[in-house]
Design a binder for this molecule. Structure first.
Ligand SMILES: [Zn+2]
Length: 211
């Protein structure tokens, strides 16, 4: 059996097991999704949003990319954000990074990862530059990467608050709350590091006054 055949076989086993436990499960789930959370996480295979939060299908709307970045020219991310905020009406948007992130570690090197990855990782280097004083003072490389992971999450939450999507929802409906979290691969625990809501201050240059 090839690895792909095994995936499909295990899928059938999983669906059969769920149906035997709860015959209505899939019919019920197919009708609607009303998640209250949008998750923006890392693509890392060790950080599955639903598994680590104990949530069921239908409860979390998920977007993932390398190092959980919020980039204002990323049509994919902005479409997910627009849909989650304006159509699903989520109450919470979570940016979740994780310690031991390969994207963060790669951005801390001076290695040429070639065109597209260099372009993506440059956004993390920009975060490093913003906090270089604090980061350069941390001598242990792993601790420095951990701190950059936390600061990166903070910056991405602030990037969310700079969008007109979030600012309009805050103005009209006082939601969603924005949460910056970091997940620990070594202990399975999530550490909240930063949050913003409709009362949070945004740097004036990013504020829209005619929404
Ligand atoms: Zn990662």
């Amino acid at each position: 059996m090839t690895p792909i055949e095994k995936l499909l076989k295990d899928n059938r086993g999983w669906a059969d097991e769920l149906k035997s436990e709860d015959p209505e499960y899939f019919q019920r789930l197919a009708k609607l999704q009303t998640p209250d959370f949008l998750w923006i996480g890392c693509s890392d295979s060790r950080v599955p949003a639903d598994r680590i939060t104990g949530t069921q299908p239908g409860e979390i709307f998920v977007h993932r990319n390398i190092a959980n970045l919020v980039i204002h020219t990323d049509v994919n991310l902005l479409s997910v954000l627009d849909f989650a905020v304006n159509h699903l009406k989520v109450g919470h948007v979570i940016v979740c990074g994780h310690y031991g992130c390969g994207g963060i570690k790669a951005a801390m090197t001076n290695h040429d990862y070639k065109y597209v990855l260099n372009m993506w990782l440059r956004n993390i280097k920009d975060v490093y530059r913003l906090y270089s004083k604090e980061l350069d003072a941390i001598s242990d490389e792993e601790n420095r990467a951990d701190r950059l992971t936390e600061l990166n999450v903070k910056e991405q939450v602030m990037h969310l608050a700079k969008t007109s999507i979030i600012q309009r929802a805050w103005k009209e409906e006082r939601r969603p709350q924005l949460h910056g979290w970091v997940y620990g691969l070594k202990d399975g625990l999530i550490k909240p590091v930063f949050n913003m809501d409709s009362h949070s201050a945004i740097d004036p240059i990013y504020q829209y006054d005619d929404l």
